[in-house]
Design a protein around this ligand. Structure first.
Ligand code: 4G3
Length: 241
């Protein structure tokens, strides 16, 4: 997977992604990441890339031309590396479709993903019309920029890319793989300040352990995410209680 991020704060992206599991996967070559500074494509000697909004109002708007030139620069490299001319361009915005695990699964099939991070009050609509394929939001709140949302999408997609997780970290049995929340986990000691680990987990009876974990998943999902619980029961009516 090759990630390309258009941003005014490229270090924010490369610094954060160089840590932990994504950092390991970048080193090992399962992932590639370039953060491209939109400011490098400014057409004036002051390197300004924003201006006042037509029609008035608060804040500044990012200009179309630097964004478009940044995109062309990235697309040139993608073509040189044999990538698709139809690479998706994901614009992170509170106006987008709310990101979920299913969207991450679809994105994980792509060879290249381009992210556009806005700041100020957004980006000139004409640049968006020309290059953006997907409008994506990570939830109903407003941030100072699209960088954190882009990294949320990149992180979520990355752990679905073959080779990124090792066997112990595998993405198979976990929240959302079957639409339920995860069951609780315990490790040593067996007694922590008088709180014991549930007996079944010490029994070595694997069928009973699986049954207990599934019940805990159902119980938690019903309590904390009734919306997910209802969707699950629709698919598995025999498990209704
Ligand atoms: C574009 C995304 C970008 C328009 C971006 C604000 C929250 C999200 C921005 C705009 C963002 C999100 C930058 N904040 N919920 N801020 O995914 O109004």
């Amino acid at each position: 997977m090759n990630y390309h991020v258009m941003t005014l704060f490229p270090d924010m992206i490369t610094n954060a992604m160089s840590e932990s599991i994504t950092g390991r996967a970048l080193k090992a070559g399962y992932l590639a990441l370039e953060a491209v500074n939109i400011r490098d494509f400014a057409d004036n000697k002051h390197n300004r890339v924003d201006d006042y909004p037509y029609g008035g109002g608060a804040g500044m708007v990012m200009q179309a031309e630097p964004v478009y030139r940044c995109y062309e620069d990235i697309m040139t490299r993608i073509r040189e590396q044999g990538g698709s001319a139809a690479a998706k361009v994901i614009y992170l915005t509170p106006q987008g479709k709310v990101f979920d695990q299913q969207m991450a699964k679809e994105y994980a099939k792509e060879e290249d993903l381009i992210f556009l991070c806005g700041h100020y009050e957004g980006i000139d609509e004409r640049a968006l019309e020309n290059i953006v394929t997907d409008y994506v939001s990570i939830g109903d709140y407003v941030l100072t920029g699209g960088e954190l949302p882009a990294m949320v999408v990149i992180d979520t997609v990355s752990r679905l890319v073959p080779g990124v997780l090792n066997n112990e970290e595998s993405a198979e049995t976990e929240s959302f793989s079957d639409g339920l929340l995860e069951y609780p986990q315990y490790t040593r000691p067996a007694d922590y300040n008088g709180k014991a680990v549930p007996e079944v987990l010490l029994s070595g009876h694997h069928a009973n352990i699986e049954k207990w974990r599934h019940e805990k998943s159902l119980e938690r999902t019903r309590k904390f995410r009734p919306d997910l619980y209802e969707a699950y029961i629709k698919e598995h009516p025999e498990e209704s209680r």
